[in-house]
Design a protein around this ligand. Sequence first.
Ligand code: PYC
Length: 334
Amino acid sequence: MTRRVQVIDSHTGGEPTRLVVDGGPDLTHLLRPSTGSSSADWPRVIESLRCHHDHLRRRVLGEPRGADHWVGALLLPPVGAASLCAVVFFNNVGYLGMCGHGVIGLMASLAYLERIQPGCFAIETPVGLVRAQLHDRHRVTIGNVASYCYRRSVPVLIAEHPPIVGDIAWGGNWFFLTDQHGLQVQFGNLSALTKRAIALRQALVSQEITGAAGQEIDHIEFFGPASDGADSRNFVLCPGGAYDRSPCGTGTSAKLACLAAQGRLLPGQTWIQESITGSRFQATYQMVDSEERPAHAPPDAVVVAPQITGQAYVCGQGWLVFEDDDPFREGIGP
Ligand code: PYC
């Protein structure tokens, strides 16, 4: 049977988001597991996507219709009456807890479809409720999930290089953040940055260095000097080996948490994070109330509520078509 999936493509600071607006699985029974529940049963939603609907992820993002650096977003009905929608982000290797550039792209795409006007909205994600303020058709501020620095100055041994020391932080995904990578954070240096970040991520696994509760650190963030007007430039390696073209919303949240823990940025102060492509996010934070602390945060962790502002542009709209006799309807590769 020929299947069709309706998508809106956008990019946020150069990083693409492919929003699935129709043709995805019906997960209503999992999103609303019992009458009166105020939140989706996210572990079961993700398990169902992984075990029963993973072909959607591979079809939508895999070649020849997608590419490794694309992030997908499955638009779902909200559970809470006050929420705009629920969303699950995915990439070339699996499902993400949150995606900051993706929420900015989602808002710009819904504005493009004229489903929303400028205003403030709540969005349900597997790691918690995210706020999003649409300023105009492109500019969005997200109030990300509470973020914190889990461990500071952690040494990691990698071959043919002095130990790399960095911080481990939660920003909706797990990050290892360092400026001690020994490389120039410049666009012309992408292959060396990618190689070192992959080696570092492999070393984290082999040295059993994890986030809280043994969670895998699947994003690596390298920092270097920025161009005029920004505070820092980053290179972010995503779980599937691609680099983030944007400054990475969850990565910038993790950075804010580390700056707060180090006393280098005060609540309400602005931080301009530049990406390896030159795009920028404006970021700030407030301290969080005790009831908003993530359950996995140690009692002594400095927990912050990040706000990230960026811009997204719609760059495509249409139907992906999967003809039943297309040998690559499931994408290329395993
Ligand atoms: O913006 O949070 C983000 C993100 C995560 C992975 C790619 N982008």
